[in-house]
Every structure is written in structure tokens, then in C-alpha cells.
Design a protein. Structure first.
Length: 199
């Protein structure tokens, strides 16, 4: 029923109203999760949910409610300059450092930076053809979502193959969660083989 309503949302304001009311519990939960990003988070989530429902094309292969809420989350975070969607939308703004929050001088004896090492490894793998640029981006997105969700490392491949992670990343790649998991698993295997060849 929700999918049928969503397919008419672009031309039917009543359908949009029905869908948004049905998604109120999910939107409330989403606003609670993002509450520390803005004092006006309720209004931002409500407005973006309406826009997301209005522009939904009605993909029958996805969970309509989960898809609409995931897109709403992504767009709200992008509007607030947070996350990968914000970085893709405006790299300059997303990487800007606000006055008063300039990082401290790093401790030169702190040892290697794991994130920098991973980025360099992925860059080297992409440069040699062991990974495609798309798979490099996919692995970074999967890793960031797994870290953000605090996925237990005991899950598949350090948590990278967790279904909830794949669902969130699938939105950005316009693919199914199953496809994301399959591509990410293959990319991890290729990356491991590349790393062994460099040792």
C-alpha cells in the first residue's frame, strides 16, 4: 500500500500527507538520533521528509519506509554539512574548520594514523588497478557507516558486511543492499591480496 501511494506522491499532495503521517514514528526516531546537530532538527527532518516523499520515484525493489527515511537522514545531514553526502555536495564547506575549533598540534610521538594508512592503502590499490575507484569509494563509505553505527567487529569482515550498513550505503550507490555487500566483499578480498603482494 505504501509503495502504491508513493508512486502517486509527485502528483498527489494527499498521498504525500498520508505517507508522512505513516512515517511519523520513524521521523521522530530519526530526529532524536540527529538532535545534537541542530536545535531545529524536528523542523528540518519534517520538511525534508515531505520533500523526499514528494520526489520519490517508487522503486518496487526496496523497502519504501526504510528508503524514504534513509534518504531523509542523508539529505538532512548533507544540509547541515555532516557526512559523506555533504562532502560530495560541497567539498570546500564540508572540510572547512570553524573558528574556535582548530585542532591541536598533533603529538609527533603518537605513532601512525590508522585512517591515513587505510586511505593510502586504498589509493595505492586503486592506482595499480587492484581496486577500481568506485570500489575504493564503496569501501570507504562502508567503513564510515560501520564506524558510525558502532557495528561489532565480530560481524562479517569486521562488521563491513552488516546488512544495516549495506542498506545505508546502497542509497548513495543506487544499488540493492545485496549488491553492495557482494561488491564490498569482493573489494575486501582484492585489497587483502594486494596488501599481501606488497609485503
Amino acid at each position: 500500500m505504501l509503495a502504491a501511494l508513493a508512486r502517486t506522491a509527485a502528483d498527489d499532495a494527499k498521498a504525500v500527507s498520508v505517507i508522512t503521517w505513516l512515517l511519523v514514528p520513524g521521523a521522530v526516531n530519526l530526529a532524536r538520533q540527529l538532535a545534537d546537530l541542530s536545535p531545529d532538527i524536528d523542523a528540518l527532518v519534517a520538511g525534508q521528509l515531505w520533500l523526499t516523499v514528494r520526489s520519490y520515484s517508487g522503486d518496487p525493489h526496496r523497502s519504501v519506509a526504510a528508503t524514504l527515511l534513509a534518504r531523509t537522514r542523508r539529505e538532512v545531514m548533507a544540509d547541515l554539512g555532516v557526512g559523506d553526502a555533504a562532502l560530495r555536495r560541497d567539498r570546500v564547506w564540508a572540510t572547512a574548520v570553524p573558528i574556535g575549533s582548530v585542532p591541536e598540534v598533533p603529538d609527533l610521538d603518537a605513532g601512525p594514523d590508522p585512517e591515513r594508512e587505510l586511505t593510502e592503502l586504498l589509493e595505492d590499490a586503486a592506482a595499480t588497478g587492484a581496486l577500481t575507484r568506485e570500489d575504493r569509494t564503496l569501501l570507504l563509505d562502508v567503513a564510515r557507516e560501520a564506524a558510525r553505527l558502532n557495528v561489532p567487529a565480530r560481524r562479517g569482515r569486521g562488521g563491513l558486511m552488516t546488512p544495516s550498513v549495506a542498506e545505508l550505503v546502497a542509497e548513495d550507490f543506487e544499488a540493492s543492499a545485496r549488491t553492495v555487500r557482494r561488491r564490498a566483499a569482493k573489494a575486501v578480498t582484492n585489497l587483502a591480496a594486494f596488501r599481501r603482494s606488497t609485503l
